[in-house]
Structures are given as C-alpha cells and as structure tokens.
Write a protein that binds this ligand. Structure first.
Ligand code: ASP
Length: 280
C-alpha cells in the first residue's frame, strides 16, 4: 500500500516561510489520514477521500480557497481515474460546490462521465450537493489587488496503490487564477490525471503545457510498455523542454515504485510509505 499527494506549486515560499510550513504541515496530516483510510478502503475510494481533505484545506487552490478567475468567479475542475476499470470521470469549471472530486466520484457509474459548467452544476444539485461558496477572504484580497503577475498555483492531487494492487489517481484545481472564463485546466483531462493497471499519475503546473505534453497518459503508457516509472517520468518531462513546459508530477506504479519530479522548484508534496515524508 502506498499513497502520494501534492499541493501544487506555490510562490509563497520565496517570501513567506510561514505559509510554506503551514502547507507542509497540512500535507503531513492529510497524507497520514489518507494512509489510514487506505488500510480499509480501495485505491479509488482513498484518492477521493484524500483529495476531498485537500479541497477542504484553504491553503490550496482547490475546493475552498480556490483562485478567483478574471470575471470574479471561482470555477472548479476535478477528475478521478480508477486504474482497475480504467474509467475516468470529472467535472470542468463547476461553480458553487464544496468538493468537486466527490461529484466526479458520483459520475463514475454514468455513461456521460465528464460534465462541464452548468450541466455539471445541475447534476451536482440533483445528486444532493448543495450550494457552497469556495471563496475565502484571502483569495478575494488577492483578486482585489490583482496579483496576476505572480505564480499562484496550488492544485492538489493524490495517487494510491491499495492492498489489492489496484491504482487510482485524483486531481482537483481552481485553475491558474485570473484566467479567461471558459479556459479548461489539464486537471480534469487525461493529460493531468491518468491511471491504469500499471501506473497512476497526478500533475500540476501550467495546464496548457501539461496538455501539450499529454503528460500523465504518456508516463502511464510508457510504464505499461515496461519502462521504469522514474525513467518514464523524466523522459516525458524532457519532452516539455523545447517549449519550456512547466509541470510537476507524482506517481506510483503497480510494482510499487513511487516518484516525484518537477520542471521548476517549489512544488509541495508528501508521501506515506513506511512513514510520513513531506517535501518542498
Ligand atoms: N494545472 C492547473 C491549471 O493549469 C494549475 C495548477 O496545477 O496549479 O489549471
């Protein structure tokens, strides 16, 4: 059993060690809770649970505390992939919900498994997800100050390998902040979140770059074709270099390999293997 999570990239560490420490502490607590949950739940149940905890933590740009977009609204995207069934479900640019990853989970048994905008919101309401504003005073302050020139990322993700040897991946984001309404993040695509019987990957970074490199699915397919996880990840990240792609990865393979890599510093992530380890 293995569990790895990330809290995306962040810029605060450059100026604010306190926020960096708070994010590391939050990741340590959440990875511990997630690992405990994994003892008695499947990989797919565990990644949903763990990402919902990350969404509820307002330090990260997912669920509560998400970035505000250029028109003053918050739109959330999240996806889930079950490596066992190879089914992918997700919501794109949904408004006024608390845990988009739980709506992605709800969509899993349906034929139409990726919904966007108003359709996603209508589905959520019909399935008991009540109105909830994910806005926090801190995000409103940032928006009011129009801090659009700083890197304000902080997407969350989780990959789990359960006791049965099954893998799952989940990723959730409020987007990159100040984007044009309607912009689609990588997080609810197979470029940002992918799993099969061989590997699971969750990405963070600049969505357009991650989509250009088809990052998560490319790494997983390379592992499927017998490449070690570390090599598959490095090779895929190397392919982003010609366009200076910005991406961070967490992954687990069915063989039990666990790997993290990023193209730029200041990604925060945590691993529960033999014990908790937090990195930034
Ligand atoms: N990948 C996300 C996006 O482009 C942002 C992030 O990872 O922080 O929307």
């Amino acid at each position: 059993m293995k569990l790895i999570i990330h809290g995306g990239f962040f810029s605060e560490s450059l100026t604010n060690q306190e926020i960096k420490k708070a994010k590391q502490d939050a990741l340590a607590e959440i990875v511990t809770l997630g690992h405990k949950y994994l003892q008695s739940h499947t990989a797919v149940e565990t990644v949903v649970y763990t990402v919902s905890l990350l969404e509820d933590c307002d330090l990260f740009n997912a669920g509560t505390g998400s970035q505000i977009q250029s028109d003053g609204k918050i739109r959330l995207s999240a996806s889930l992939m079950d490596g066992k069934t190879q089914k992918f479900s997700g919501v794109i640019n949904i408004e006024d919900v608390k845990n988009p990853i739980c709506i992605a989970e709800k969509l899993m048994p349906f034929d139409d498994r990726v919904l966007s905008g108003k359709g996603a919101q209508d589905f959520a309401r019909e399935n008991g997800f009540n109105h909830y504003s994910p806005e926090t005073p801190q995000r409103r302050k940032e928006y009011d100050q129009k801090l659009s020139d700083s890197i304000r990322l902080g997407t969350v993700g989780c990959v789990a390998l359960d006791v049965f040897g099954n893998l799952a991946a989940a990723t959730s984001t409020g987007g990159k902040g100040f984007e044009i309404p309607g912009r689609v993040s990588d997080s609810a695509t197979t470029a940002g979140n992918f799993a099969n019987a061989f590997a699971g990957i969750s990405c963070t970074g600049v969505g357009e770059d991650i989509v250009s490199g088809a990052v998560a699915s490319t790494i997983v397919i390379r592992v499927t074709d017998a490449m070690p996880l570390a090599l598959a990840t490095e090779k895929t990240l190397n392919e982003l270099k010609p366009f200076d792609g910005f991406a961070g990865i967490i992954g687990i393979s069915a063989a039990g390999e666990v790997y993290h890599a990023d193209t730029h510093p200041y990604m925060v992530w945590a691993l529960y293997d033999d014990g908790v380890e937090v990195f930034a």
